[in-house]
Structure formats: C-alpha cells, structure tokens
Design a protein. Sequence first.
Length: 344
Amino acid sequence: MENRRLTLLGRIAVAACLPYLALKLLWVLGFDVGVVDRTRVGHTVWVAGNLFTFGLDAVAAVVAHALTRPGARRAPAWLLAFPVWMASGLLIPLLTGLVGGTATALVTGVRNPMTDGGFLAPWVFGVVYGGFVIEAVTLLGAFGLYAHQRWGGLLRRPLGALPGTGSRALQRVFLLPAAVLLAALGTVNVLWGAGSTVGVAAADVAARSVFSSASDVVQGLLSLAGAAGLLLLLLPGVLPRLRMRIPLVLAWCGGAAVFACGGCLWLGQAVADGLSPGSGAVPAGLPGLVGALELCAGLVVLCAGAFTLGELADADGRMPAVEPLPGPPCAARCAPPVDVRGNA
C-alpha cells in the first residue's frame, strides 16, 4: 500500500511539472506566451533565468520519477536527498507565502500584484503557482514515504538513544554558530515582514507588496525553526525522549529555505548583476548582507548535516533495534478471555 502511494504521488509530481516546463521552454525559444511587458528584463538575463529555472524543475521531475522506481532505495542517498532538500527550500516558502499573502490580500482588500497584468498575464500565475502547489505536496510527500522506508529505524529513535559519531564534537563547532546565525537572520526577516524598514532602501520599501511581506515572515519563521531543530539535534540531552524526525524536519526545512530561497536568490541576483552591470539586481545595504549570510549559513548546514546524517545512518545500522516499552508478561497478554464462570 505504501509503495502504491509513493508511486502515485511521484507520478502526480511529474505531471505537475510539465506546464511550467513547457512555458519556460517557449520563453527560451522566443515565444512570449503570457508576457505582457517583455522590456522589463534584459534579453541575456531573461534567457539565462528561464534556462536556470527550467533546469531546476526538470531535475525535480526526474527525482519524482526516480522515487517511483524499484531501485530508488539502492541509489546513493545524496543523489535524491540533495535535490529534494533544494526543492523543499524553494517550494515550502513559496507555498506558505502564497497562502499567507493571498489570505491577507482577501482580508485587507489590498492590491494583489498577481492580478494587475503589468508584466505577466494573470493566467500565467495560476498555471505556475498552481503547479507549484501540487508539486510541493506530492514531491515532498513521496520523499517522506521514501525516507520512512529507507531510514525509518533511525528517524524513530529518541534523541537520547542516537548512536555516537566520531565527528559530533567537530560538528558542534560549526553548527552551533550556524544555529545562532539562523536565529538572528530569522528575527530580521520577521521584523521586515511585520513592516520594519531597518536597513532597507527607500526604493525597496516602496516596492513592497502583501506577498513580499508574507514571504519575509515565512522566511523568518522557517529560519527560526531551523535554528531550533539544529540546537535540539546538537544538544540531545535537552529533550532526550523526542523522536529524531521532529527536529530533523525543522532543521531540514529551515536550512533548506535559508539556502535555496535566501542565499541562492542572492547568488542569482549577483550573477544577474554581473551579466548586466549596473542593473542593481543585488539589494543594497542590510538586505544584501542578509542574503550573503544566508548563503554561508545554508552551506554550513548542508555540509555538516550531510556528514552527520551519513554517520548516524551508518552507526544505526550496526546497533540493535530500539527496545519496546515494558508491558505485561506474554502469558497475561496472550491468554484467551475467560468468562465469569471460568470457561474459556
């Protein structure tokens, strides 16, 4: 039953990628389908950006298809985990920010930038973001089932029963500062989403919308969740009975969002600025610094987390299964019921 659910989710995820891939391919080939004002973006940046995002979604489709194959559990772990980690960092903030921004726009009645038709036709946003919502639910759901099948024994262990690893002390040296940095960056993003203009240029303040504010809040909360998950994993004595999967999910989602939706966005803006000098793609002031720090923090979480999880999985395979909680003796549990007359 679980294999059938995984296969179904993976196939739906592949299908959800197809409209976005088709649209991006048309744009790269020069067909401005759904584009209202093409002059807003330079030709080089337009083609490079569409090729890059086409490649990202194509990788997601390939990974979703691979998860449905019988040999997925024999594949190298990083080959599937890293693309899904990146997808988590892009899709989870997008999905939650979209829901939060749309709900806020409906309640407050403020302008919805996706319906003004200034740059792209409104139907484009429906196709793109509708596909992303389905892709997020199905791809991440399929990987959750896959992780349960492959690492279920480790994920069910309480933090206090995790096997020791040779580099745990060294990992703390890097990950503890990274957790503190994630908490600081998350606080800054939440403040920006709440309306603070500290360190933000006047032009960026004027360009804010309900969706950018919602995205800042979501990005900040995910960063704070990632910091909490890292601290729980690094200091298992704080909550020794907590299952590993809970702080791991927090660290996974928070670290991925900071790296993919924060740091990689800043890196893409820096590349765009290099392709078109003087375009001002990289944010000035504090937002630019935050983006660079998010890239560094995400890289530390990625590298240290990969080594630690690999060591834990290897050590867990050599350990006996977790002992069940004590219960009544087998004879008492397995005895047939007896009625009041003493008859079985």
